[in-house]
Design a protein around this ligand. Structure first.
Ligand code: F6P
Length: 453
């Protein structure tokens, strides 16, 4: 099956000359070979590359079996994780599930509500979630590749305490599933000690590339989404975006386009969508590209917008602000539902010219009008089209971006698989919190804070 993702370069022609594509071809081939021979920077994290092809059947069966059990007994499933340990499943679940799942009548739900925790230190969010759990049957998946990330670790301590108080220690253990490293980290030690059911984050897959491992697949399956379809889409993409030649590989064309834009001073990429269900997908994409490329003083800054909503807040800037933007539009051909604009007697609102039209058709005109306007305003628009939003298409889109991102990182000359810069805030935070071993830094930071107070 071909990939359902299609790259439309028609509208970027005014911004990139044919010879620019051609001149980039050898660099793309070089980057492709670094990736496929495992000789580039960070090659120890290439496990995602053929993951959809390899397919670990035993593991998938385990995920599906666990998901069936949780779906049968849980009202609420809490995913505890941050970054790559939560963004992927959140993107897919909110992309494919009912937008108002929590408010559906219980008889209409075929899966628990999935809530996320451990993505920040916000007290009110945490307290309100705990309040919402009252009287519900709750299961928890705590996910951390390192097993030591502070946000999810604290969230887990809070939820574990709640579970033990609510169900007793033994029953709580049966409601906790840990997804972490095969052998190391505090979470692994705790899971072994308590006897939690566990899933493994492969050593050779970094957090932001892990959505198609148990990290993403268990929450997605609990959310009632076919992980087989998701993986089938990723497999189709894996086969399709395997060509070395730039002109035969749309994932590479996307990466090359970003590179050319960056060279021309377009330092910000706006991933826009006309489908609010994809807002969280954009968040996943931001981590993928931001953490992969933003280093060594380089990198396109990944931003996102949901249209037409954000045209009424950011539209002015996009149209006429500083010209350092290019845009990648995620465009979905048709929605699952058709909504017709009703007739209205008297036409007081002047909208009768739209009576009988469908919202999808109006959304399409909004997209076309915006794309032309932004292009006129020197914001090049590259379009990624998908016929429909389903698990197969989303699986393909995930892989499309993963492949493009890795290649893009090599084109830029960075290691697309590490994230050393994230440590800076963590070290400061540990020091300020008084974590043992950070005493000297604490004194120094507190002095600076006092100077600035
Ligand atoms: O799964 P972990 O190890 O808790 O990490 C969560 C996230 O934190 C980071 O390591 C950054 O600190 C990301 O790369 C990662 O996705």
């Amino acid at each position: 099956m071909p990939s359902p993702v299609s790259l439309n370069l028609n509208y970027v022609a005014p911004f990139v000359a044919d010879h620019e594509w051609e001149q980039l071809r050898p660099a793309v081939s070089r980057a492709h070979r670094l990736l496929h021979t495992g000789t580039g920077a960070g090659a120890e994290f290439l496990g995602w590359l053929d993951l959809p092809e390899k397919g670990n059947h035993e593991e998938l069966a385990h995920i599906e079996k666990t998901a069936v059990r949780i779906r049968e007994y849980a009202d609420v499933f809490i995913v505890i994780g941050i970054g790559g340990s939560s963004l992927g499943s959140k993107a897919v679940i909110s992309g494919l599930n009912h937008s108002f799942h929590s408010f559906l009548h219980p008889k209409k739900k075929n899966s628990p509500d999935v809530f996320f925790l451990g993505e920040h230190f916000a007290s009110d969010y945490t307290a309100e979630l705990l309040e919402a759990l009252d009287g519900k049957s709750v299961y928890v998946n705590v996910i951390s590749k390192s097993g030591t990330t502070t946000e999810p670790a604290i969230a887990f301590r809070i939820i574990k305490t709640w579970l033990e108080k609510t169900y007793g220690k033994e029953e709580a253990k049966k409601r906790i599933i840990a997804t972490t490293d095969r052998e190391k980290g505090a979470l692994k030690t705790m899971a072994d000690g308590e006897g939690y059911e566990t899933f493994v984050v492969p050593d050779d897959v970094g957090g932001r590339y892990s959505v198609l491992t148990p990290v993403g697949l268990l929450p997605i399956a609990v959310g009632g989404i076919s992980i087989q379809d998701l993986l089938a889409g990723a497999r189709a993409a894996c086969r399709e975006y395997n060509e070395e030649h730039l002109m035969h590989n749309q994932a590479y064309q996307y990466a090359a386009f970003r590179y050319l834009m960056y060279q021309k001073g377009k330092q910000i990429e706006l991933l826009s969508t006309y489908e609010p269900k994809l807002t969280n997908f954009c968040e996943w994409w931001k981590q993928l590209f931001g953490e992969s490329e933003g280093k060594d003083g380089k990198g396109v800054f990944p931003a996102s917008a949901t249209f037409t909503t954000d045209l009424h807040s950011m539209g002015q800037y996009i149209q006429e602000g500083r010209r350092h933007l290019f845009e990648t539009v995620l465009y979905i051909g048709k929605s699952r539902n058709k909504i017709e604009i009703p007739q209205s007697k008297g036409d007081e609102d002047g909208l009768d010219f739209l009576s009988g039209d469908h919202l999808d058709a109006i959304n399409e005109k909004a997209y076309q009008g915006t794309m032309l306007a932004h292009t006129d305003g020197s914001v090049p628009n590259l379009i990624l089209e998908m016929e429909q939003l389903d698990a197969f298409s989303l699986g393909a889109l995930i892989y499309f971006f993963e492949k493009a991102c890795a290649l893009s990182g090599y084109l830029l000359g960075v290691n697309p698989f590490d994230q050393p810069g994230v440590e800076s805030y963590k070290q400061n935070m540990y020091a300020l919190l008084g974590k043992p071993g950070h005493e000297n830094r604490r004194a120094e930071l507190e002095e600076r804070l006092n100077e600035w107070a």
